[in-house]
Design a protein around this ligand. Sequence first.
Ligand code: PMP
Length: 394
Amino acid sequence: MAVKFADRMENLKASEIRELLKFAADPTIISFAGGLPAPELFPVEEMKKVAVAVLEESGQTALQYTTTEGNVKLREQIAERMNRKFQTKVTLDDILITSGSQQGLDFSGKIFINEGDVVLVESPSYLGALNAFKAYGPKFIEVPTDDNGMIIEELEKILAKTDNVKMIYVIPDFQNPSGKTWSMERRTKFMEVVNKYEIPVIEDNPYGELRFEGEIMPSLKAMDTKDLVVFLGTFSKIFAPGLRIGWVCAPEEMLQKYNFVKQGSDLQSSTIAQMEAAKYCEMYDLDAHVEKIKAVYSKRRDLMMKVMEEEFPEGIKWTYSEGGLFTWVVLPEHINARDLLKKCLEEKVAFVPGGAFYPNGGNENTFRLNYSNATDEMLVEGMKRLARAIKSMM
Ligand code: PMP
């Protein structure tokens, strides 16, 4: 072909898994592959009233350009929420509104990564972040994890022998894909190491509020004494992803960079969407809405866990997720989850094979399951089909 693309496009190729998962769009397939919130919980009726209120009270402003950092009321509400939920001490001036936290991930790559720089990620990590960073040509080093989060001794070992580590990307709360949450001890030790090496940390936290049991842990941002942590938040999982409202909460010097990059990328996030999000928080009770989401998801989590317990054969492990949208399954080493997916697609059930979440490959005996977007009946039926397919491969 005569068209020559930028070299970076070499890093961004369609994966085999994406090809396989195209089949999962078939409506007769029960899919645990996506990460979609339950649409029946979206506050549609409330949002109709919110939209009318915004347009009646300030229609011209809502349809006009706004500032790059975004709507003042919304940023105030976000700061208040972060302080209350994640124990930070931030104000609206620490916050920039983005188009979902995905945009914050892309900007982080743009701001911190030169080609060939090292980015440390949890092993496994969020595929969407890995893909966003890949455009900037980093080398990924995976830091091993266990049930309590990143293994800090391993992190130290890597930092001690690696020069050009430019950033550490982590999801300490109900991680995508593993469903795991870092213990308090890991958080504290992690910040000690980070402070020693003074490396920027991108703390991605879309799921933290969706804790079904126990107390929400303090964010890394709340423990940051050296202005190293960038917190990425989003309304996608506690409200609605279609609004595309996320935010970056960062130390002043860093936030300025995000602001420059935001200007160059899209000037600002949608004025009207920001005003609607702020108006919703004013007219209704977002906390109460989050409680509703948690009640439904925790029930679905329980159902999924119950079928796994009853139907999965010996030798298979999975995460008991205390919140969020996902659980993670580890098969015996000889079973490849991509082969299992092929079999499952015949049985009309789908999931995401885990290998994709490891930037340097391997771990093909793992997969991710989502429990937020299936009715109880579909969940039970889909999990039974999955169990049958696994048994046939054991
Ligand atoms: N980070 C993580 C860990 C995610 O799972 C997701 C969505 N699946 C995002 C970021 C992006 O979410 P959004 O852009 O909708 O805020």
